[in-house]
Design a protein around this ligand. Structure first.
Ligand SMILES: [Zn+2]
Length: 394
């Protein structure tokens, strides 16, 4: 594989010098130091692209993206990534755009639970290929790391046993225990892939402040499970913390039956992991929920909401500029007939390329016709709005 990293010497915690590495190790590693401003929101780039949104329109504003490991693997892109040196070079993305690859676990869960295409065993997620029903795939924690290594992402996630929220206590307990075991296996694989000892991993941990994270090697994320059971959530966080990871993700959905955010579950998660590790609200995406989670301590978010809602005509605007109000935002339902002749921008306070160039009436017309240009204009606005919203939280 061609994707290796170079350890630099300038992290405050665990200062080390590439000169101190054996020569063969120096030859195998090359990775540029990266700094990500926090809090950060990463749009989801399923199948390697943010839906309807060319990178060039938003790259200058973008801190990073999330790519879906399972989709990349099912598309058979490993050879292209190996040849190019990873997804970023394959796509032509600038090196300072942080690429986070998920573990594939959530997509597997969707296939298994929704389509009844497989099962979780003690060692792996086993499922049938969604398009080739005779082909069986066994995704192990190690294989997930191997694929992410080929993607050559900056932030990687260990394979976990995700939950949909309707499981029994016994099932949640099983998911917590299996996730811990799998995290151990994934970390060992990560260490092997990078020729690191456990203490070298710790000594090259990222430097985290309130407003940024700096890192000089790819980072590894564990996913804390436990459903909405506070003690299991704490237990999962503690078990994964003792193995040692750079980031901790919130697995599952912290909402009650009415869709209300369960802040006590979020608090239990944040308190269960080391204070010098970055916490990641996986899939948490409504602006009001992001603000609440950020106040509790979560600093990295990803979600499909900005682009998915954009395609359905739900546009996020600043307070006072739309018809429906959340705590932190208003929304414009652009398909509403009231916008048919509206020549103002989607959000007069937004400086995105769409708001600089297109009217509400035009975006509405294109979306009503399901014209791909309409999807693009609306998605660019929503992502831009989200990135500005994150700045406003700082
Ligand atoms: Zn805009």
């Amino acid at each position: 594989m061609s994707n290796h990293f170079l350890m630099h010497s300038d992290t405050k915690k665990g200062r080390r010098n590439s000169e101190s590495l054996p020569q063969e190790k120096q030859n195998r590693v090359s990775f540029t130091k990266k700094t990500l401003t926090l809090p950060a929101f990463f749009p989801d780039a399923t199948y390697g692209a943010i839906h309807s949104t060319p990178f060039n329109d938003i790259v200058p504003e973008l801190g990073g993206i999330v790519v879906t490991t399972l989709h990349m693997s099912l598309l058979g892109l490993e050879a292209e990534f190996t040849k190019a040196g990873g997804f970023k070079k394959f796509a032509g993305l600038p090196d300072n755009c942080v690429v986070l690859s998920d573990s594939g676990g959530f997509q597997v869960l969707s296939l298994i639970k929704k389509n009844k295409l497989g099962k979780i065993t003690d060692d792996a997620a086993v499922f049938r290929h969604p398009e080739h029903t005779t082909k069986k795939i066994t995704l192990t924690p190690s294989l997930s790391q191997d694929i992410q290594h080929t993607i050559n992402s900056d932030i990687r996630v260990v394979l976990d046993v995700p939950l949909m929220g309707d499981e029994s206590e016994k099932e949640i307990r099983h998911a917590v225990d299996t996730t811990t075991r799998w995290a151990q296996e994934a970390k060992q694989r990560f260490l092997d892939l990078h020729s690191l000892t456990p203490s070298e991993f710790t000594n090259t941990s990222p430097t985290l402040t309130d407003t940024e994270i700096s890192f000089s090697r790819p980072l590894l994320t564990a996913v804390v499970q436990g459903g909405n059971d506070l003690s299991l959530r704490r237990e999962s966080g503690a078990a994964l913390s003792s193995i040692g990871f750079d980031l901790f993700g919130f697995g599952g959905w912290p909402v009650d039956r009415d869709g209300k955010l369960l802040t006590d579950v979020i608090e239990a998660f944040v308190e269960s992991v080391p204070s010098d590790a970055l916490t990641y609200g996986m899939g948490i995406g409504m602006p009001d929920d992001i603000e609440t989670c950020y106040k509790i301590g979560i600093k990295l978010f990803d979600c499909v909401i900005p682009t998915r809602n954009a395609r359905h005509g739900m546009l996020f605007v600043s307070k006072g500029n739309g018809e429906k109000s959340g705590r932190t935002h208003n929304t414009v339902r652009i398909l509403n007939s009231r916008y048919q002749y509206d020549l103002s921008p989607i959000d007069p306070e937004c400086d995105c390329p769409t708001c600089q160039n297109a009217t509400r009436a035009y975006v509405r017309f294109l979306l009503k016709k399901k014209n791909p240009v309409g999807f693009t204009l609306a998605s660019i606005h929503n992502i831009w709005w989200y990135l500005n919203f994150m700045k406003s939280l700082r």
